[in-house]
Write a protein that binds this ligand. Sequence first.
Ligand code: SAH
Length: 326
Amino acid sequence: MDRALLEQAVAAAGEPAYRHSQVWEWLARGARSYEEMTNLPAPLRQRLEETVSLSTLTVKAEAKSDDGTVKTLFETADGRPLEAVLMRYRDGRRSVCLSSQSGCPLTCTFCATGRMKFGRNLSVDEILDQALHFRRLEQIDHVVFMGMGEPTMNIDNVLAACGLLPDLGVTNRRTAISTVGWVPGIDRIAGCERPLSLALSLHAPNDGLRSRLMPVNDRYPLAAVLAACERYRERRRRRVFVEYVMLDGVNDLPEHARELAELLDPRGYKVNLIPYNPTGAYDGSSPERIERFRAILSEHRLTATVRLTRGRDIDAACGQLAANAS
Ligand code: SAH
């Protein structure tokens, strides 16, 4: 919802300012229409219905996976595409994956979003409207900024959105920001007052390979990125989640696992091995190779889990839906 427009409309209707807080509370609890907002005067509801749309985004496509994952392709008012995903887990957890930008200015070679044209940063309202869309389906309790875009390059809006997510039932501890390792962004997350989780997309244990996979590594090489993660750890007293996408024959060899174990202090990092959702550029590692990699890390006492693949049948990997629709 365009909250500035809502405030204006409430004022123009001669209603007190607390009315827009009431609207927000309804939205945050999953209201699907003004109709439901029964503590607002009927004429105001009517007026808002006509002047302030419930969302800044329109739904262009929605795909539902057999495993319950829902992926939605949205469009902004100025026609920019973006995607968000609701992941449903058997233990009842409901996690929403949000986009922070339409497209992405970075060009990671394995990522479908990286091959799209960069659009722009999303506004706070556009970020929240993705979460509100799924909140209208059911309760949500986790948010990850692992959709399109690099959240640390839109950090003001991302942090402002995080400030309102608790109204939707998602605490900051259950909100994770994932980054390619954009050092000033990591420092902002470490320095802000919110106990947000930090996830680092590492994907390679040395600069040579990492620069090949992620050109941003030339700007912020491994040593600088890990030093920033250490500052986060010191300040927050929390481990950093490391994401490592498993590319067959590229970064999944035993020597890569050993090198990674040497690079990361097991007390400070938890590794999440991500089965690759093929988008053309690489082949994904087989489950056996992923398990071999995981076993080597755990021999070195580095905790590693293999991420559950969700929504593979609906192109749920970063950027895939938008790429196919265009
Ligand atoms: N720009 C941020 C957040 C968006 S991507 C970042 O890079 O962390 C979220 C995660 O999905 C990243 O770890 C990214 O490397 C990974 N990813 C991208 N494309 C993927 C694919 N096709 N299969 C599996 N993971 C992918």
